[in-house]
Design a protein around this ligand. Structure first.
Ligand SMILES: NCCCC(=O)O
Length: 564
């Protein structure tokens, strides 16, 4: 038994009002550095972990990292090929409806994030809520799905950056140049390596930088919302309200209704990675509030701003949508800009676009490294011992995990060399991988763990929390299926096939095979690293006689069997 500490039942509320806890900052665990406020360190200790990272991020900066990863306009630009085929209705209403559903997912996650804010939250919650027989396997699966989903997100963002960067050169050369797959990969690789360097060296100001990234995003959005209609000055050049809000198209070989559903992939990918707020939990001050509000504010602002952007795009787009999709610039958004503001304006806006896309990649590198670090802290990754140490020199960050993510992204990015269809599977790896990681803890909570759930300072209430969680589960399952559909139609060719199903089955099948063949012998869930086990401990994975947080005392044997 790794830890046989027995904790007396104190009946203490595991979530004392964070504002009322003494604000005195103290050195944690003998370190001369001040890493966290007392309340945050105390709540983290209840989850079983000692404070090791420095809490540099305010609530706005936690929101900033998610909003920056969402990178609203670059993401819309990268995914217009999913929504344009369904016409303006797919672009405008597809965005509005899907974003609303994503907001519900965010609210369900916010309930959990406020209650138990820790960097590896998703697999931690899964282990906490799932049944004793399933929790180790499910937690292992979620940890891998989340880690690879985030690295897939990094790949897809940086691949999008490489395409946009190349398209600016194509426009500058008036379409007289076509980048080869090798050139795209070289730009991608340079971008990923830059992210590694910046995520390693800018740790002390990474929180502050998020505010700058938010401002850059807002400037780009404002520039686009103003430049497109102004560029199409003559109202006869713009599409009318009837076209924007009621015109359907179907440029796919699927039925029209399904083409509309496929347009949801654009908001689903764009408004992704809001779990980054959870992964920054251990670097956030007042995490029990910063995490839930960061999640909801980032989704909510993308919902509204994205709806406005889609209306503007639909009003200024050339109604010959096939021509826009088949643009010689390689990017529908570049064509839309070109048609409105000409070559110089397009070069300016596309340059701003790829700079913001670059910032998205930097933010997701940071978030992915924190999830990777949390998972290695719990010993679940290969070479966990190597990845686990924190670099004090570089500002209390998981430096090796930053470079582990960079290395993995560089390898996965090799798909760019095969074919665009293989590369686009990176988009769906992010969607499907993360959706599994988000839905599993929410599902485990409503199926097995409802009694164990102790709300944090943010809570949707007994009446709404469970129905919202069920809605989130259904939507996320739908999102996983959607991400696997070949957009080209029911009879895909090798080029138009969606390889997500292959990649994700490899990830999920590989993780489960690894667990059942080997890891089940040593992975018993999140480890306890805190030295003085506090009263009201929530962590109950592999220690004996620990409070579950709702008044029951459980005894857990080495095989994970519980008795109350
Ligand atoms: N807006 C990009 C989000 C990428 C991801 O879903 O991981």
């Amino acid at each position: 038994m790794a830890n046989s500490t027995v904790i007396a039942h104190t009946g203490a509320n595991p979530h004392p009002d964070m504002e009322k806890v003494a604000s005195r900052h103290s050195a944690i665990n003998g370190s001369p550095e001040i890493l966290a406020g007392e309340a945050d360190a105390e709540l983290l200790a209840k989850l079983g972990y000692k404070q090791e990272l420095r809490r540099n991020f305010t609530m706005i900066e936690v929101f900033g990292i998610a909003f920056s990863i969402m990178g609203l306009l670059p993401s819309i630009a990268s995914t217009l090929a999913f929504s344009i085929p369904a016409g303006p209705v797919g672009m405008v209403w597809g965005w509005f409806l899907a974003s609303g559903c994503i907001f519900v997912v965010g609210v369900a996650m916010a309930d959990l994030g406020s209650a138990m804010p820790t960097s590896g939250g998703l697999y931690w919650w899964t282990h906490y809520f799932a049944s004793p027989k399933t929790r180790n396997a499910l937690s292992f699966l979620v940890g891998y799905s989340n880690t690879l989903g985030l690295v897939g997100g990094l790949c897809s963002i940086d691949y999008g950056f490489a395409l946009m960067f190349c398209s600016v050169i194509v426009i500058a050369r008036d379409g007289e140049w076509t980048p080869s797959n090798g050139v795209v990969y070289a730009v991608f690789l340079a971008c990923v390596l830059c992210h590694g360097v910046l995520a390693s060296t800018l740790s002390k100001i990474m929180g502050k930088l998020q505010t700058v990234f938010v401002a850059m995003n807002l400037i780009l959005i404002a520039a686009t919302i103003i430049a497109l209609p102004v560029g199409k000055r003559l109202s006869s050049e713009r599409n009318d309200a009837q076209y924007i809000f009621t015109k359907t198209e179907n440029l796919t070989t699927w039925p029209t209704g399904w083409a509309f559903m496929l347009s949801w992939l654009s908001p689903i990918w764009t408004i992704g990675a809001f779990d980054s707020c959870v992964h920054m939990s251990e670097e956030a001050a007042n995490a029990a509030k910063a995490v839930p509000y960061g999640i909801m504010m980032s989704i909510g602002s993308c919902w509204i701003l994205g709806f406005i952007i889609m209306i503007v795009i639909a009003s200024c787009i050339n109604p010959d949508l096939e021509a826009v999709l088949g643009s010689s610039y390689g990017q529908p958004m570049a064509q839309i800009y070109y048609d409105a503001v000409g070559k110089q304006g397009t070069l300016g806006l596309m340059s701003l676009l790829f700079i913001v896309q670059f910032l998205m990649g930097l933010s997701i590198t940071v978030a992915a490294s924190r999830q990777t670090w949390a998972f290695s802290r719990d010993g679940a990754l290969p070479f966990s011992g190597f990845f686990r140490p924190i670099s004090k020199r570089f500002g209390y960050i998981p430096l090796r995990c930053v470079w582990g993510c960079v290395f993995l992204a560089a390898v996965l990015g090799l798909l760019c060399l095969i074919a665009p269809a293989a590369a686009s599977a990176l988009f769906s790896l992010a969607v499907a991988g993360n959706n599994v990681a988000w839905l599993t803890p929410i599902l485990c909570r409503v199926v097995w763990g409802q009694k164990k759930f102790v709300p944090g300072p943010f809570y949707t209430g007994d009446r709404f929390s469970v129905p919202l969680a069920w809605f989130a589960v259904v939507f996320l399952v739908f999102g996983i299926f959607l991400a696997m559909f070949p957009v080209g139609g029911p009879n895909p060719t090798a080029e138009s096939m969606n390889y997500t199903v292959v990649i994700n089955m490899f990830v999920w099948g590989g993780a489960l095979a690894y667990y059942f063949i080997d890891a089940r012998k040593w992975f018993t869930g999140p480890k306890i690293t805190v030295e003085d086990v506090p009263a009201g401990m929530l962590a109950d994975g592999s220690i004996e006689g620990v409070e579950t947080g709702h008044g029951d005392k459980v005894l857990v044997d080495e095989k994970g069997k519980e008795s109350v």
